[in-house]
Design a protein around this ligand. Structure first.
Ligand code: ATP
Length: 303
């Protein structure tokens, strides 16, 4: 086999409920993940040693050493099976880098699945999920896709039913935001405040199950949004522009700075994207639908 390519979706957090900082510094979360049809592709090929390349928007900000989650995934899987991690990993990047859409996590899940196929390991699914959780809190969801509720640090997943197709526009900001910096700002803003236990919203889960876009729009919530807006005040103008352009609702995606806009149809999404691009409040836009499947092998296809 000369190479294996895996396609992996980005995610949007349609609810991100954040508890107070735990003694270990992490936060308990109630995190409703939805996979969207914006993908990275990870290709692995046999090589003399572990190497990595990346192409696409923002590729110059992606580390090409063993801090890259795709390289860490290859190392972890090889170590588990006692084999050498000698692969070349190529990432075709479409997911905004440091954009709050779990691009690095997607590449970690993609590399894990691609190496597993290349090396013919057939690692059981539950073991792959356990390795994903070791790579990072968002990585298990990149493997499974669809929609899921994540609790704990977000990595303990329960799949959720989705009753229809949702149409999204993502506005990509210039430059990224560091997830630890956004959590740091969240801690600063909530200092001395009693932060409630994070809980999934019943209204949100009902709207998701019923495919009810207006209901989902009314229930979207991200507890990290005030912190992201404090660090990047210009995002408030992007949110206003998307809603003025006809979106049902807009919110910061994860830790930002990408903003996500839910629309009622594919036509409405095209209009909102046009309004956002001409508003001068974002660098670029992507239109996507959800739910999207998790990491899946696209070649060799086995046909
Ligand atoms: P999340 O939504 O999971 O918090 P994010 O979407 O905000 O993450 P990523 O694109 O995953 O952000 O990148 C965050 C940082 O991780 C980058 O600034 C980069 O230094 C590092 N990184 C490691 N591996 C990758 C990768 N494969 N792709 C992009 N960034 C990576």
């Amino acid at each position: 086999m000369s190479g294996v390519t895996v396609r992996v979706p980005a995610k949007v957090n349609i609810q991100l409920a954040v508890g107070g900082a735990r003694p270990d510094g992490y936060h308990d979360l109630a995190n409703v993940f939805l996979a969207v049809s914006l993908h990275d592709e990870v290709t692995v090929r046999p090589a003399d040693r572990l190497t990595l390349t990346c192409e696409g928007p923002g590729a110059e900000q992606v580390p090409l050493d063993t801090t890259n989650l795709a390289a860490r995934a290859a190392l972890l899987l090889a170590e588990r099976h006692g084999i050498a991690p000698d692969v070349h990993i190529h990432i075709a990047k479409r997911i905004p880098v440091a954009g709050g859409m779990a691009g690095g996590s997607a590449d970690g899940a993609g590399a894990l699945l691609a190496c597993d196929a290349l090396w013919g390991l057939k690692t059981p699914r539950d073991e792959l999920l356990e390795l994903c959780a070791r790579l990072g809190s968002d990585v298990p969801f990149s493997l499974v896709g669809g929609a899921a509720l994540g609790v704990g640090r977000g990595e303990l997943l329960t799949p959720l039913e989705v009753g229809g197709t949702f149409h999204w526009v993502f506005a990509v900001a210039d430059g990224g935001l560091s997830t630890p910096a956004v959590y740091g700002e969240f801690d600063r803003l909530t200092e001395g405040v009693r932060v409630p236990e994070p809980q999934a919203s019943r209204a949100l889960l009902d709207a998701l199950r019923e495919g009810d876009a207006p209901g989902l729009g009314a229930a979207l919530v991200n507890d990290l949004q005030p912190a992201a807006l404090a660090l990047r005040p210009s995002l408030a103008r992007t949110l206003d522009a998307g809603v003025a352009g006809g979106a049902l609702a807009g919110l910061v995606s994860g830790s930002g700075p990408t903003t996500a806009f839910l629309t009622k149809s594919a036509d409405a999404a095209a209009e909102v994207a046009h309004t956002l691009r001409t508003s001068g409040t974002c660098a670029t836009t992507h239109i996507a639908t959800s739910p999207a499947p998790g990491a899946s092998q696209v070649s060799p296809s086995g046909d």
